[in-house]
Design a protein around this ligand. Structure first.
Ligand code: DAO
Ligand code: DAO
Length: 205
């Protein structure tokens, strides 16, 4: 359809198509617990992928499996994250006062753990190259839109309110970012399932 999709807990809406080739596969909410005391809603997110890419890279291997066989198929999900498929995760900030410092340290924790998981020990440099993009003077008030856009050749572009702030070519970094949303231990399990089912549906088209 062409109507926006609303993430129900935050009320944030996402366009069904981005830049006319990326299709929305699922939406979710990123929460964070503070000092183990309370859970805050940090941002709503939408996961997008280029359907032609999904078909091109994955149909040979998975094209003759049924939708239910593809759901919970670990290999399919890993290939979805690792193939050279254009994907974007759009974040829309819900929390009122996000400091750059809080973003940096949260990022170091979440993405840092994935870099370690997939890349092994020494990824400090890669982690810093990404966080260096966030200048202290940037503001990310409620309503800000951040696109984490994986482009051809495993290039990760960060775009804040339509303005590109940085670009890093790294398969490991792209894989690690996607893992937060659709990997083994995602922020929102429902979203991951929706993404899998909707990505699999491209193979039938
Ligand atoms: O400690 O008062 C606080 C605020 C915690 C904010 C959580 C930060 C989450 C940052 C991730 C945002 C990525 C855009
Ligand atoms: O939610 O734990 C997480 C990781 C989110 C990574 C998002 C990084 C966003 C960068 C925004 C920069 C703003 C200046």
């Amino acid at each position: 359809g062409s109507a926006p999709v609303v993430e129900p807990k935050s009320g944030v809406s996402f366009p069904p198509v981005l830049g006319n080739s990326l299709r929305l596969l699922g939406v979710g909410l990123r929460k964070k617990s503070i000092l183990g005391l309370k859970n805050i809603d940090v941002y709503a997110f939408g996961v997008y992928a280029n359907g032609d890419d999904v078909k091109k890279f994955l149909s040979e291997k998975y094209g003759n499996l049924s939708a239910s066989e593809l759901k919970d198929n670990k290999d399919f999900n890993n290939d979805l994250m690792e193939a050279d498929i254009c994907m974007t995760v759009r974040l829309q900030i819900v929390y009122r006062k996000l400091s750059i410092r809080a973003i940096r340290s949260t990022y170091e924790e979440s993405v840092g753990s994935r870099l370690q998981k997939f890349g092994g020990s020494d990824n400090k440099e890669l982690l810093q190259r990404f966080t260096c993009q966030f200048k202290d003077e940037y503001k990310v008030p409620r309503g800000s839109v951040i696109d984490l856009s994986k482009e051809r050749g495993h290039i990760l572009k960060t775009i804040i309110d339509g303005k590109e702030v940085g670009s890093i070519q790294s398969k490991l970094l792209c894989r690690s970012i996607l893992d937060l949303y659709i990997g083994e231990d995602p922020f929102d399990r429902r979203t991951k399932e929706d993404v899998e089912v909707n990505a699999a549906s491209f193979l039938l088209k």
